[in-house]
Design a protein around this ligand. Structure first.
Ligand code: HEC
Length: 107
């Protein structure tokens, strides 16, 4: 019983301190290749050329981007252009994309 509890604690600590990077945070390099399809609308590196139509994503908080993308994926946020883009993203895709955009220099 004690051992089991220690295991749970160690696992929680790993989650909190980000030791398990694959679970906690996205991967910027993987995000970069996944972001190619987004550039057509959101601009190179998420720096939009038409921010009034396509929001800029560069330098935005990754957690916020994750929430938004999950919203489009579930259909909670319904947009004719964006909802279909998010529909086939996995949780990992979303984290990688969010990490990539957060790491980009805003315009
Ligand atoms: C066909 C054009 C198009 C493509 C391709 C596209 N998006 Fe979008 N995206 C939009 C539009 C339009 C909006 C604004 C929708 C709205 O107002 O709800 C948007 C909104 C967003 C938002 C929310 C921004 C905010 O401030 O509310 C995020 C995050 C996002 N897109 C990420 C992505 C990612 C990641 C990809 C690539 C997987 C992608 N988009 C591909 C058109 C596109």
């Amino acid at each position: 019983m004690k051992m089991k509890f220690a295991g749970v604690l160690a696992f929680s600590a790993a989650m909190v301190f980000g030791l398990n990077g694959a679970v906690v945070a996205g991967d910027v390099e993987r995000g970069e290749s996944k972001a190619r399809t987004c550039a057509g609308c959101h601009g190179t590196a998420g720096r939009s050329n038409v921010p009034s139509m396509f929001p800029s994503l560069a330098g935005r908080d990754a957690e916020e981007l994750v929430e938004l993308l999950k919203g489009y994926r579930s259909g909670e946020i319904d947009n004719a252009q964006m909802t279909p883009q998010a529909r086939n993203l996995s949780d990992e895709d979303i984290k990688d994309l969010a990490a990539y955009y957060e790491a980009q220099e805003p315009k």
